[in-house]
Design a protein around this ligand. Structure first.
Ligand SMILES: [Zn+2]
Length: 356
């Protein structure tokens, strides 16, 4: 079970389960069901970290709380190895969409780096095809963002970009740079980003998570319409010398996909209560709360919403505003965006929240 810090019958959590969720930042290889991970490891003859689902969750939790990105990333070695089979990719994608829907998602964008499976024998197009097949079977309005791993050479990012473009319009809705941020800025991958931008495929980039705030502006200048995390931008808000930079980011209208618990686990924030999401929100930046890696961080979308209200002083009306902006900034089509807006407004009306 995710959200072990919250009581399962917590009344706020129960209420927020019904909040319509707009999922923009959820890594498929970080969000498997623990039981599925066990079954996939078993099917491939790979050793499991524990014999049962609760043990897998405890293993992930220990790494998530180790306080380093390296420990946090250990879990991905396991999930990627387990998923290296087209039927496994389809299953993980389907279950991610089903779990999102069960947690209130009205639209969802999932992401993964398909080239990760190439050394394990799965061709990039076969990987994307399997993932899209799984998502399509869910019935949820959803799409796939293709990630490139930013620590790899730019030619690999270009291959990921060409892969994304081959599947654009058939379920792939965006492009991202993921993996270790520090030392691997967007500019290194300028050619691939220009190719994607030029072809009209939307870009969201992890930026300002493990590297400094100015990387957010760099990502924007390379065409990012949304930013994964971006929390280090908060370090610049109080510095008068940085106002022009912050103003340019704000003027670009980018949306921040903020993942509070994940940031605590990787050391990007001390706690949810002290998380920079409050400062970014108060500075008028557009953002929403996202899960990042539901298995590895042991969270759900409802749980993250609950923590924001209880620990970071957000109102339920703020969560609706976040959802509406996330819907506006989704890379899915207008039908999906409009359905999400209607669901959020209906929820706000049902709770008599003013202003919707
Ligand atoms: Zn992420």
């Amino acid at each position: 079970m995710p959200d072990t810090d919250l009581h399962p019958e917590d009344p706020l959590l129960a209420r927020l389960r019904s909040l319509p969720k707009v999922v923009l930042h959820d890594h498929l290889d970080g969000s498997l069901r623990p039981q599925t991970l066990l079954e996939l490891l078993d099917a491939r003859g790979l050793p499991a970290p524990a014999p049962h689902a609760a043990g897998v969750e405890a293993w992930m939790d220990a790494r998530a709380h180790a306080g380093t990105l390296e420990a946090y990333l250990e879990g991905f070695g396991l999930t990627v190895a387990a998923m290296a089979e087209p039927s496994a990719l389809a299953r993980v994608a389907l279950e991610a969409a089903q779990d999102a829907q069960a947690d209130g998602a009205v639209l969802a964008e999932f992401r993964i780096a398909p080239l990760l499976f190439e050394p394990l024998g799965i061709g990039p197009d076969a990987a994307v095809e399997a993932l899209l097949d799984g998502l399509a079977r869910s019935g949820l309005r959803c799409g796939l963002i293709v990630c490139a791993m930013r620590h790899l050479p730019p030619r690999e990012t270009l291959r990921a970009a060409e892969l994304a473009l081959r599947w654009a319009g058939r379920g792939v809705i965006g492009f991202d740079l993921a993996g270790a941020e520090a030392g691997h800025p967007p500019a290194v991958h300028a050619q691939a980003l220009a190719r994607v931008r030029g072809a009209g495929l939307p870009i969201t980039l992890h930026a300002g998570e493990a590297d400094a705030g100015p990387r957010v502006l760099e990502a924007v200048r390379h065409g990012a319409r949304r930013i994964g995390h971006g929390v280090r931008l908060a370090d610049l808000l109080a510095d008068p010398a940085q106002q022009a930079l912050v103003d340019e980011v704000r003027a670009a209208g980018v949306h921040f996909e903020v993942c509070p618990t994940s940031n605590v686990h990787t050391g990007a924030a001390a706690s949810v209560a002290q998380h920079p999401i409050r400062a970014l929100w108060d500075a008028g930046l557009a953002l929403s709360v996202q899960t990042d890696n539901r298995l590895i961080s042991g969270v759900s979308a409802s749980g993250e919403a609950c923590r924001l209200v209880r620990e970071a002083g957000f109102a339920e009306a703020d969560l609706v505003r976040m959802g509406l902006d996330a819907a506006d900034q989704s890379f899915l089509g207008e039908d999906a965006r409009q359905a999400a807006r209607l669901a959020l407004r209906a929820w706000a009306h049902g709770r008599a929240l003013p202003g919707f």
